[in-house]
Design a protein around this ligand. Structure first.
Ligand code: F0G
Length: 456
């Protein structure tokens, strides 16, 4: 088998700072052991997130110069709209400043208090917007998704039996839509199969329930379908994406991931009435319906990024880099979520630290240890991210207690991945020394962003 390399070369570089272990210890303490509170300047390799951290191409940067900054009717909006129609296939587009802006509009428009919104695992901002609109979230993902060691190829799939049971229990009238995320971030970047999307369409159509996709990483999902699902090996990522979207009624989108930009998002919807409402509501919260919080140049960069994101060669390099890092860790017997996901490698913090209870925040502890060791910044995706049950006020105790090494698109080299793997292996070798953390400050909403901790 021959090696492949990225289908681009580097034109501009951004220097990064090297720090000493003493500096990192001080920075960690100041940040309350929360990697979100570190200054980016103090980070060597930043794997906090793939959100808005992408490197744009020269063609995208050229597009930035073509920004039409008119308040109304910017030509960049019309280009973005027609690009989304062409590649995703949805009829109507409402631009928003980022993904949660679209989630807010959708939740406010479609949810009535007392409703139930099923989803293939929760996402932090998505679930919060559903709850703020008065809904209860119900997890209908397949059981395998909750087991980091399970090697099933489509661990993002909806369990259709769970879905049917829910409809029987609460009635279709209480379910405004199913939220179908592709890929599933909190499960480890796991994909949904085409067959599952099709079957979900058949089931929900019988009950008049809409499917709203979280399309944030749907192009990565399409790549996995091409690689793993029978009948798709000879189809392009572009064709697969369009077919997948055709089984849904619309989407919320964080443009900061697949579309290779630093900011932006949209709500897409085929239904005329919902579109009318969204186009009206967007002016209250985001901006006029032809910019929704984005500058004209941002819309142009996103339109161009979409075209680049659906190229097979781009996706092979993108997901291939994530797999390269994951395979290095598997070879060193480090416990990670299997199979390796699309945008990140997830460390299984429970398996690292069996000596810690979940109340001692194993994943938070691991993310801090990794930063201390090498300046590599990762993100907690465990009990801190899961937050509290709004009804009981108790912690959610998610089965998955993970640390995410998230790979920005077109940003780091293979050597950066090697350095990261070596640091993770070092931290794994020192795993018995970990004593856990105590939370000393807890914000009310999305606490993982701003919570502070002390070493136990
Ligand atoms: N849906 C998914 C699956 C996401 O991963 C995100 C963001 C959002 C929605 C919200 O979009 O940030 O543009 O408002 N995920 C980032 C992450 C924050 O690091 O995974 P946003």
């Amino acid at each position: 088998k021959r090696s492949w390399a990225e289908p681009w070369k580097v034109k501009v570089v951004e220097p990064i700072k090297m720090t000493t272990i003493e500096e990192r210890r001080r920075a960690l303490k100041e940040a309350g052991y929360n990697t979100f509170l570190l200054r980016s300047e103090d980070v060597y390799i930043d794997l906090l997130t793939d959100s808005g951290t992408n490197a744009m191409s020269d063609w995208q940067w050229a597009g930035m110069m073509m920004g039409d900054e008119a308040y109304a009717g910017s030509r960049n909006f019309y280009n973005l709209e027609s690009t989304i129609r062409e590649y995703y296939g949805f009829r109507h587009i409402v631009p928003t400043h980022q993904g949660r802006g679209a989630e807010h509009l959708l939740s406010q428009i479609m949810i009535k208090p007392g409703d139930v919104v099923p989803g293939n695992m929760y996402f932090t901002t998505t679930r919060l917007h559903q709850e703020l609109a008065g809904a209860t979230f119900v997890d209908v993902i397949v059981d395998e998704a909750h087991n980091p060691a399970d090697e099933s190829l489509f661990k993002g799939n909806v369990d259709l039996n769970k879905m049917e049971d829910l409809i029987a229990k609460v009635g279709a009238k209480k379910i405004p839509y199913v939220c179908l995320a592709a890929t599933v971030n909190m499960a480890g970047g796991q994909p949904v199969s085409m067959a599952n999307a099709r079957a979900l369409r058949d089931l929900t159509a019988k009950h008049g329930i809409k499917i709203m996709m979280d399309a944030t990483r749907a192009v990565e999902n399409a790549y996995f379908i091409q690689q793993r699902e029978a009948g798709y090996a000879n189809k392009s990522v572009r064709e697969i994406l369009k077919e997948f979207c055709s089984y849904t009624d619309g989407c919320t989108m964080s443009g900061k991931k697949d579309p290779l930009v630093n900011i932006g998002g949209w709500l897409a919807i085929n239904d005329e009435t919902i579109f009318e409402e969204a186009r009206n509501l967007v002016v209250v919260y985001e901006g006029l319906h032809t910019y929704g919080g984005m500058a004209g140049r941002d819309m142009e960069a996103m339109a161009r990024g979409i075209v680049e994101s659906v190229q097979d060669d781009h996706m092979r390099a993108r997901v291939g880099q994530v797999e390269y890092l994951g395979n290095k860790l598997i070879d060193a017997d480090v416990p990670i979520v299997r199979p390796i996901g699309g945008h990140a490698v997830y460390l299984d913090a429970r398996a690292f630290y069996p000596q810690l209870t979940q109340d001692q925040f194993p994943a938070q502890t691991l993310a801090a240890a990794l930063y201390e060791d090498s300046g590599v910044r990762a993100m907690e995706r465990g009990i801190v991210s899961a937050g509290r049950d709004p009804k009981t006020g108790k912690h959610h105790y998610p089965k998955l207690e993970l640390v995410r090494l998230t790979i920005p698109r077109r940003v780091y080299t293979q050597a950066h991945m090697d350095v990261t793997a070596e640091s993770v292996i070092e931290v794994y070798e020192n795993r018995k020394k970990a004593t856990g953390l105590k939370m000393i400050y807890e914000p009310k909403y999305l606490r993982f962003f701003q919570a502070r901790f002390e070493v136990l």
